[in-house]
Design a protein around this ligand. Structure first.
Ligand code: FES
Length: 294
């Protein structure tokens, strides 16, 4: 069975749903405030401060370090010299620290998934935990002078990392976890009719589609705001959310975006919402892409 088929088979394993739910619930409990908002720790782990998810950056540490371990172990075996041992062991230990950081940030990101994303993420995490266990055992063997066994266990751990990395790539590029969910279409440069002025009442949140772009239109304290209607995090419908303190709050996971510029006030979203130039003319609310000449 090819790896791609294996991935599809994992997606179909509905029995993974129950343990995934339990773990995701436990993670959520730690990283969510009583009101349902993500904690500052959750925002930090999700990479809100960074402008993109933190997890993918940190996964490079164990993958890189354990590749180094594999290489130095191989060189040591071929040359039958011990001068590669210290480097291999150090890289292994660095990889363990990186794996811990990757696990924590990955769990923070994964807690918001559902269905296939959740099952794939659960399998990805389980393989990484097994790999980390194997590398821990390998380090123990090396410290006790059983280097041959330690090298064999590390090689087994590396095979887990490779499969897990493949699944992780599928989660990002296939399932779009951690990438922006803002539609690729852009609003035209010319003024477009969005909605009649008298159809938008104070406090309304309305979704309109202009040139295939879903747009949220709202009136708050007399002012009209327009921004992308699809939440950049995982595609939540912002028009079904609410407005608080000048921000629209996503109904799915509570990301807050400022109405006037789309900036993130709190995550888990890491990409801001595009906002549009807006005017009221002849009883019509019109919008266009930002940054146009008059
Ligand atoms: S979809 Fe997750 S915060 Fe909007």
């Amino acid at each position: 069975m090819e790896l791609l088929e294996t991935m599809n088979a994992i997606e179909d394993q509905e029995w993974l749903e129950a343990p995934s739910e339990t773990v995701a619930g436990a993670v959520s409990k730690i990283l969510t405030q009583p009101g349902g908002q993500p904690t500052p720790l959750s925002d930090f782990l999700n990479g809100v401060w960074l402008g993109h998810p933190l997890h993918p950056m940190l996964t490079d540490i164990p993958v890189g370090a354990w590749t180094m371990t594999l290489t130095l172990d191989g060189l040591g075996t071929i040359s039958r010299r011990s001068r590669f041992n210290a480097g291999a062991d150090t890289a292994l230990a660095v990889g363990l620290l990186g794996a811990l950081a990757s696990a924590v940030t990955g769990a923070a990101q994964w807690q918001y998934t559902v269905g296939r994303q959740r099952r794939l993420g659960f399998t990805h995490a389980a393989l990484n935990i097994i790999a980390t266990g194997l590398y821990s055992a390998s380090l123990l063997c090396r410290l006790r002078g059983r280097r041959g066994v330690g090298k064999a266990i590390a090689a087994l751990g590396y095979s887990m990392v490779v499969v897990s990395g493949y699944i992780g790539g599928g989660l990002v590029y296939g399932e779009r976890l951690g990438v922006t969910h803002i539609p690729e279409q852009e609003l035209p440069d010319t003024w477009q009719h969005a909605i009649a002025d008298d159809e938008l009442h104070e406090g309304d949140l309305k979704r309109v589609t202009i040139a295939d772009v879903p747009v949220l239109v709202t009136r708050q304290q007399g002012l009209v705001y327009t921004l992308a209607a699809t939440c950049s995090h995982l595609g939540g419908p912002l028009a079904e959310g609410k407005v608080e303190n000048g921000c629209v709050v996503c109904p799915w996971h509570g990301s807050r975006f400022r109405l006037n510029d789309g900036r993130i006030v709190n995550g888990p979203a890491t990409f801001p919402q595009p906002v549009y130039e807006t005017r009221v003319r002849d009883g019509k609310i019109e919008i266009r892409a930002m940054g146009q000449e008059q």
